[in-house]
Write a protein that binds this ligand. Sequence first.
Ligand code: NDP
Length: 301
Amino acid sequence: MTAKIIDGKTIAAKVREELAQKIVSENGQDMPVLAVILVGDNEASRIYVRNKKKAAAEVGIGCEVLEFSDTIGEHALLEVIDELNKNSYINGIIVQLPLPKHIDSLHILSKIRPEKDVDGFNPYNAGLLACREPDAIVSATPRGILKLLESTGIELTGKHAVVIGRSNIVGRPVSMLLLNQDCTVSITHSKTENLSEIVRQGDIVVAACGCAKLVKKEWIKEGAVIIDVGINRVDGKLCGDVDFDAVCEKAAFITPVPGGVGPMTVAMLLENTYEAFKKQQKLKTDHVCQCGGHGCGCHHK
Ligand code: NDP
């Protein structure tokens, strides 16, 4: 068997194109606006933020990058979030991770208003996802992974999905999403015993552990669908968590690195921002003001 490549680049381009059309046709002069908080001088973070800003501009989403030195304290950063939460011009807020060690990331993320939490990293949104609430803002990478799986046309119900990794930003939310799609989910991690045997049971394998080419051909069930989230650099070349060439001989579908999950992450972040904008617009127009029109800033019907 030679695996079919799941072309994340093309699927992401289509998502972005459709989004651009919706934004132009539905919203006139109004545009969604995303605020990105960037702390410190991490080169990879700078590249990610630059890419997000460029992608946002291409679909008609405004993007304001707020940069801070890595000496900023947690309290000052919380004040920034507070201002952005209150600012009705801003529809989505994301904090580029990682943050410097002296700042508690979860504390910061939990202060983003859930309606503006377009990365879906606020524990409130993670909780809604775990409770299968449709209102949850689901983080971009897991949402992108689901879209890639849907593109294969395989039925997810009843499939055994093995997720390698249990981080708050990939492993856990993608596991919840797959569970909500009626998959049977095994979540594995660095302490898992007999990892290869568990992976071999997977009809779907999501590898998100950050270990270059960890997943071998011998670990894979014939005809499995492989989603490779990992981004690793070996001898200056990018590679995923899956031994791509060998696994291609056994899998039915596989995502490449680069060109698989990565482009979907950016596209789904933009989609989350657009959806947050629409919900906030609706709240404004549905809001019946109690001030009697005396300039309280409410939008009267
Ligand atoms: P983390 O480092 O936060 O989590 C890694 C997870 O993998 C942990 O749960 C860890 O287990 C587990 N793990 C580590 N080594 C092994 C092992 N040998 N066997 C089994 N499990 C293992 O990483 P992230 O979740 O943030 O990211 C994972 C990968 O995905 C990285 O390469 C990252 O760059 C990439 N990524 C790609 C994105 C994209 O858009 N393509 C987006 C986000 C991330 P434990 O909990 O026990 O420590």
